[in-house]
Ligand binder design. Structure first.
Ligand code: PEP
Length: 250
């Protein structure tokens, strides 16, 4: 049985004061979502504050990115060990904004996935196709290519300690959500692809959906057989919306 998982990606939003207010709101409603694993991924600079504020709750801490390097002359970068030091359990890897805006290739993403695992963090590996790719009928090829880069470097065993987030790029922050059937089809493709290498690992792996998930569409999406929760952007910035999405996953 896969435990539902909902993670909030706060992106480059918030302040010390607004983060505290958001977390106070989330903590006030947590009792209603005890069966769901919940994580928040604030910007790097707030990780320590947030770690303190979620102490004693079942909210886990995640980061939004990391360096594929372990230490040294990489100005502005943050290593996996530093994230662990701040209390992170999770780190998002290969978010489409990183791939598109910061030119992260499949190889770089795979390197980040490996660096996270090596340090003991659980990577949340984002995969997803562009609108043109969906329209050209190449969604599965794109997802397969993104997964193969990680499989080639790390092997199927690495997915025993990882989470995948299927995030169609055309649905992120656009208000357009994949239909439950569209999302389920890709989730099933991912699980079957990994099951061809190790059925147990594939069966236990949590595959989240991300892309304009809201309180109003979460129920339907999370009702699909291979959707185990969500990676939430915009709706993770409002405690009531985030909690409603968590409740829908249970
Ligand atoms: C995301 O950025 O991972 C995301 C899913 O964003 P949104 O929910 O705002 O589409």
């Amino acid at each position: 049985m896969r435990r539902p998982f909902v993670a909030g990606n706060w992106k480059m939003n918030g302040s010390a004061a607004s983060n505290k207010a958001l977390l106070d709101g989330i903590k006030a409603g947590l009792a209603g979502v005890a069966s769901t694993e919940v994580a928040v991924c604030p910007p790097f600079v707030y990780l320590r504050d947030v770690a303190g504020q979620i102490q004693g709750t079942h909210v886990a801490l995640g980061a939004q990115n990391l360096s594929e390097q372990s230490a040294g002359a990489y100005t502005g970068e943050i290593s996996a060990a530093m994230l662990l030091d701040m209390g992170c359990c999770y780190v998002i890897v290969g978010h489409s904004e990183r791939r598109a805006l910061y030119a992260e290739s499949d190889a770089v993403v795979a390197g980040k996935f490996a660096a996270a695992r090596k340090a003991g963090l659980i990577p949340i590996l984002c995969v997803g196709e562009l609108l043109e790719e969906r329209e050209a009928g190449t969604t599965e090829q794109v997802i397969a290519r993104q997964l193969d880069a990680v499989l080639a470097l790390e092997g199927i065993g690495a997915f025993a300690q990882a989470v995948i987030a299927y995030e169609p790029v055309w649905a992120i922050g656009t208000g357009k959500t994949a239909s439950p059937e569209q999302a389920q089809a890709v989730h099933a493709f991912i699980r079957n692809k990994l099951a061809a290498q190790d059925a147990t690992i594939a069966h236990q792996l949590r595959i989240l959906y991300g892309g304009s998930v809201k309180a109003s569409n979460a129920d339907e999406l999370f009702g699909m057989a291979d959707i185990d929760g969500g990676l939430i952007g915009g709706a993770a910035l409002l405690a009531e919306d985030f909690l409603a999405i968590c409740r829908a996953s249970a």
